[in-house]
Design a protein around this ligand. Structure first.
Ligand SMILES: CC(C)(COP(=O)(O)OP(=O)(O)OC[C@H]1O[C@@H](n2cnc3c(N)ncnc32)[C@H](O)[C@@H]1OP(=O)(O)O)[C@@H](O)C(=O)NCCC(=O)NCCS
Length: 185
């Protein structure tokens, strides 16, 4: 059995990061059908309520119990509404390296929510979980995602040519990383 991340809830000033539940299905469908989300993430198109239900109640949980990573619903600490997601994937346990990904719901964008959630996840992974590196990949034209990485404290490392794909074709990716020293520096 590979190691797995423990089921976890994280709290920040404005946010609660918790496992997805059936309550999140409608908001997940709406957020993943959104034009900007579809532009930058190769999600199913059209993204149906069945896709959302599968993600919220099954797939996001199996990705944790398989050892691949862990996926959080990012929610408003006051209202409880779904605002987005942050998650870890492609975790290399021997190397203690994982990769972060995210989307924000259209109704939550532009308020620093994703940067706050990404920072909290990075601090948890490099702190309590004892990891050594978090990687983050953003398409060279995805300026908002690169701002999230910078605001969360990640360092820009370079360009990976032709390394990613979106619905419209291949894209170059900017590689960012967060190390334990970046949290204290
Ligand atoms: C990328 C994304 C997650 C950002 O979410 P968010 O919660 O709005 O992010 P934040 O509010 O923390 O920060 C967004 C930053 O990008 C900036 N930004 C947003 N849209 C922008 C644009 N079109 N051009 C330039 N900067 C932009 C904002 O001004 C903000 O920076 P600032 O605080 O310096 O002003 C969101 O736009 C999204 O869901 N995009 C679609 C999915 C996606 O791209 N996922 C990442 C794949 S790598």
């Amino acid at each position: 059995m590979p190691p797995i991340f423990p089921e976890t809830t994280l709290r920040t000033e404005r946010l609660v990061l918790r496992p997805f539940t059936a309550e999140d299905v409608d908001d997940t469908r709406a957020a993943c059908s959104d034009e900007l989300t579809q532009q930058w993430l190769p999600l199913p198109a059209p993204y149906t309520v069945e896709h959302a239900a599968s993600w919220c109640t099954d797939v996001s949980h199996r990705l944790r119990t398989s050892g691949d990573g862990i996926h959080f619903a990012v929610t408003d600490a006051e209202s409880g509404r779904l605002l987005g997601t942050v998650g870890l994937k492609k975790t290399d346990w021997p190397a203690r390296v994982s990769e972060v990904g995210y989307w924000a719901a259209p109704w939550a964008r532009g308020r620093g929510v994703t940067a706050e959630a990404t920072r909290a996840l990075g601090e948890w992974l490099l702190g309590a979980q004892g990891f050594q590196r978090v990687q983050l990949f953003a398409a060279t034209a995805n300026t908002a995602s690169q701002r999230v990485a910078e605001k969360a404290g990640f360092q820009r490392e370079g360009i990976l040519r032709n390394a990613g794909y979106v619905h419209t074709g291949r894209v170059d990716l900017v590689l960012f990383s967060l190390l334990p020293d970046d949290l204290t520096g």
